[in-house]
Design a protein around this ligand. Structure first.
Ligand code: 5AD
Ligand code: SF4
Ligand code: FES
Length: 363
């Protein structure tokens, strides 16, 4: 069945229609949906794709999420912390290569040594680059005080994925204990937004027991929360994790990819001026996965600028791409890939979420 998307989109996209489009197994309709999302992006925020150089600071983690390869229970991981001087070099690389923005990501550690280290790194990066880089942190759930301290020391954005907005599914993919508490996660997101961060969240797609209703609710959760940035990716099994044992009841990888692209496109239609990342997990399933994400309406790519010797130990899932590529190889590669997808890399631009700016100016 071919849909008249003009007609559908004239009325506001409701949850029934979103669920219907997600579940529709029709290639021609999916293509139309991606084209409409692209058109919407280009009209509202342009076809510029912003870069965030990703630094995987440490793979130590105090949590034990059932899906994640670097969970504390996985004893096969060689744990590392990248020393400050190497982090600073990576930040300098990002600046010199005109990325304008970096993401510092790590497992979740809540001890003072770690939280103070991040504060001091923020100061050092700020000094080294004369605050020319915008910094996103992605270091899990922390107390409001710690979030505030990091914000006051130069972090402008924070990524904390909700993983799923369904509380019952959340407890299927995490241990049900105080360290993995759905309400705490929600509170942490609220606290980030309240402090003034550009706040990002996201989910995984293709989880065991996840339904089209769940995914539809995820999209409306983003909208109702007023989130500024989203990064969603397909769930990919890691053999050393409990969730991998459920492979038999999961969608095939290719379908997880298709579904992720539809989620990106529908989110672009629901929230036209937020930042949406085309995630690395897409590229793990399909060598052209990230290009497809851009072509479905995403506008952010996060090239991995972690020094190669650490990269292979930050294995959240199996088959992570570019493990042997040095950051400069990825830079040329990404420029080409974005062009292929009909986008244009925006160098030297912070690429703040337009929606964030719009919501700040209203206050
Ligand atoms: N597959 C896909 N994404 C994963 N993440 C963790 N493990 C996996 C996996 N097996 C994602 C989570 C987390 C982010 C840092 O990586 O969404 O928030
Ligand atoms: Fe730790 Fe994050 Fe992995 Fe959970 S998803 S185990 S918090 S690194
Ligand atoms: Fe790393 Fe292409 S993105 S080599």
């Amino acid at each position: 069945m071919i849909y008249d998307f003009e007609q559908i989109l004239k009325s506001e996209l409701g949850s029934e229609m979103v669920k219907y489009l997600l579940s529709l197994d029709d290639e021609a309709a999916a293509k139309q949906l991606f084209a409409k999302a692209r058109e919407t992006r280009d009209a509202v925020i342009g076809n510029k794709v912003y870069l965030r150089g990703l630094i995987e600071l440490s793979n130590r983690c105090s949590k034990n999420c059932y899906y994640c390869g670097i969970r504390s229970g996985n004893k096969n991981v060689i744990r590392y912390d990248i020393p400050d001087d190497e982090v600073l070099k990576a930040a300098e690389f990002a600046l010199q290569n005109n990325y304008a923005s970096i993401v510092i990501q790590s497992g979740e550690l809540n001890d003072k040594t770690f939280t103070k280290r991040v504060t001091s790194l923020l100061q050092k990066i700020g000094n080294l680059t004369q605050n020319q880089l915008h910094i996103t942190l992605s270091c899990g759930e922390q107390s409001p005080d710690v979030y505030r301290q990091w914000f006051d020391n130069g972090a402008q954005r924070y990524l904390l994925r909700i993983e799923t907005s369904s509380e019952s599914l959340y407890y299927k993919i995490h241990p049900n204990n105080p360290k993995h508490n759905f309400t705490h996660r929600l509170n942490a997101l609220e606290s980030l937004k309240g402090i003034g961060y550009q706040t990002g969240t996201g989910i995984m797609i293709g989880l065991p027991y996840q339904t089209f209703d769940d995914l539809t609710n995820d999209l409306f959760f983003f909208k109702d929360f007023g989130i500024h940035m989203v990064g969603m990716g397909p769930y990919i099994e890691h053999p050393d994790t409990p969730l991998a044992k459920f492979s038999k009841i999961m969608l095939p990888l290719q379908q997880r990819l298709e579904l992720t692209l539809k989620m990106i496109a529908l989110l672009r239609l629901l929230m036209p001026d937020i930042n949406i990342a085309s995630t690395t997990a897409l590229q793990t399933i399909d060598p052209l996965g990230r290009e497809k994400g851009i072509a479905a309406g995403a506008n952010v790519i996060m090239p991995n600028i972690t020094p190669v010797k650490y990269k292979e130990n930050y294995n959240l899932y199996e088959g992570k791409p570019c493990l042997d590529e040095e950051p400069d190889q990825c830079t040329t590669c990404i420029d080409m890939r974005v062009k292929l997808a009909g986008g244009e890399v925006a160098y030297d631009q912070w690429g703040d979420s337009k929606f964030y700016k719009r919501s700040q100016s209203k206050q």
